[in-house]
Design a protein around this ligand. Structure first.
Ligand code: URP
Ligand code: ZN
Ligand code: ZN
Length: 471
């Protein structure tokens, strides 16, 4: 089947021009002006923007946590992503008490029948021994070229510095990229115990017990460990001004360090945790200050920060009250689990569907980043860093036809009704948007047409990724 998208404004990570795109089967065949193809179905994109499908490098679907599970699975999360213009997501495989290969197999079996857009995995390394070291060296053969390590979540996910150094060395030897969660687990544990002892149990204490200096210090420590291992590193969910300064510092020194931030860290602060519904904003690392928001924007604008992910990890605000999802009632225990104790609130925020529309209105239209930077940081840079370029993240002949036709004039009051996340709230409720995805194509097939969902479980493919690039 052929589709001809005609007369749009094509936006890539480096150029903006008028043109047409001919899709043949799953791929882009041609890009040019005044293209014609008698057999093609024509989509009139006059007045619209044409961009590569978004890639979200950081989502947690169906993730068990605190006796519940993140409320979007590999179907509902993919569907929400697609509505927001994202056609590829990368999820994290938890490490169990078995071989990494088996952990991946379990996660693939869970994701595969549900997947509605293309997807890939990062492997969490939360336990290290000689056997695990060997298994890490086989990951790229499974199409996974990224591992995530944690400097926080003591007794659960954290590795010590020596172990992180070992992972970085094996990663380097095998062409893998290491992702770092930068918070100081020891300080968090001490401050948390003290807060609870003093009866400070409200959501804002989640932020007070995870100080920004811990993120700054571990950002530099992680980068320094990577430098000593001769390995590249990618710091996920950057949240403080100090991290942006550290990123600039280590990159000026020539170190292969890259960074990701997420919309929540650009728009919200610890003040949101002080609201009566503060639990909605609980995530780790926590939300900081307006100065941090601003410096993260600066880091995006000056290209210190390479990517915008979401860390999508939604929970219901009130998991005792069902919502209607695809005509059925569903309720999944969520933030109410920690009504009397912030340490029991499952940490994570919805966001996969919000990222592109929110960043368009409040990033591009507000003049904070350019349209080309928007494409670079929500798609192209991510494809390059994670070994998917030019199959993904590119509007080029031969690339997968993952395409968003964007209506730059559509005005709407955003919120839970538009985001399609399987949860009962949206962080951007009632925000005014100008510009929204109109049609979304996944490998040549239209999966979103206005408000209509045309995707299906099982349509998404697991992506075998190639070598990461350092940007
Ligand atoms: O609060 C968050 N971000 N939950 C997901 C886990 C993580 O560290 O990314
Ligand atoms: Zn993390
Ligand atoms: Zn995460």
């Amino acid at each position: 089947m052929k589709t001809l998208i005609k007369s749009g404004t094509i936006i890539t990570s480096s150029e903006t021009f008028q043109g047409d795109i001919l899709i043949d089967g799953e791929r882009i065949r041609l890009i040019g002006k005044n293209l014609d193809d008698a057999g093609a179905q024509v989509v009139d994109a006059a007045g619209k923007l044409i961009m590569p499908g978004g890639i979200d490098p950081h989502v947690h679907l169906d993730l068990p946590m605190f006796g519940t599970v993140s409320s979007d699975d590999h179907y509902t999360g993919h569907k929400a992503a697609a509505y927001g213009g994202t056609t590829t997501v990368m999820d994290f495989v938890p490490q169990g008490d078995r071989k990494l290969e088996e952990d991946i197999e379990i996660w693939r079996n869970k994701a595969n029948p549900k997947a509605a857009i293309d997807y890939s995995f990062h492997m969490n390394i939360t336990r290290l021994d000689n056997q695990v070291e060997k298994e890490i060296s086989h990951l790229s053969g499974l199409g996974i070229n990224t591992v995530k390590v944690f400097m926080a979540y003591n007794e659960r996910l954290r590795l010590n510095d020596g172990e992180i150094f070992r992972v970085l060395r094996i990663a380097k030897e095998n062409g893998l990229l290491t992702l770092l969660h930068a918070e100081n687990g020891d300080v968090v544990d001490i401050l948390t115990a003290e807060a609870l002892q003093a009866g400070k149990t409200s959501p804002e204490w989640h932020a007070h017990t995870r100080p920004a200096w811990g993120a700054v210090e571990t950002f530099l420590r992680g980068s320094a460990l990577a430098a000593q291992a001769g390995a590249p590193i990618y710091v996920v969910h950057m949240n403080t001004a100090g991290e942006v300064e550290q990123l600039r510092y280590v990159r000026q020194k020539g170190l292969p360090v890259m960074g990701e931030t997420c919309p929540a860290y650009l728009f919200f602060t610890t003040d949101h945790l002080r609201q009566p519904d503060g639990a909605k904003w609980i995530c780790s690392p926590p939300l900081r200050t307006t100065e941090d928001n601003q410096e993260l924007w600066n880091g995006l604008a000056d290209d210190s920060i390479q990517t915008i992910g979401t860390d999508h990890c939604p929970f219901f605000f009130d998991g005792k009250k069902p919502i209607i999802y695809e005509n059925e009632e569903i309720a999944i225990p969520g933030k109410e689990l920690g009504a009397n104790d912030f340490t029991k609130i499952p940490n994570g925020l919805p966001g996969v569907g919000d990222r592109m529309p929110i960043m368009w209105t409040y990033g591009v239209r507000s003049g904070k980043i350019t349209a080309n930077q928007f494409v670079a940081k929500t798609s192209t840079n991510i494809a390059k860093i994670f070994g998917l370029y030019p199959r993904k993240g590119a509007l080029l002949p031969g690339a997968d036809a993952d395409i968003v036709v964007w209506d730059p004039d559509r005005r709407l009051t955003y919120g839970v009704a538009y985001s399609h996340h399987r949860t009962d709230y949206n962080l951007f409720e009632d925000w005014e948007l100008v510009g929204f995805p109109e049609k979304v194509f996944l490998r040549g097939r239209m999966i979103v047409d206005g408000d209509r969902w045309l995707g299906k479980p099982g349509m998404g493919e697991f992506l075998i990724r190639g070598n990461p690039q350092i940007l």
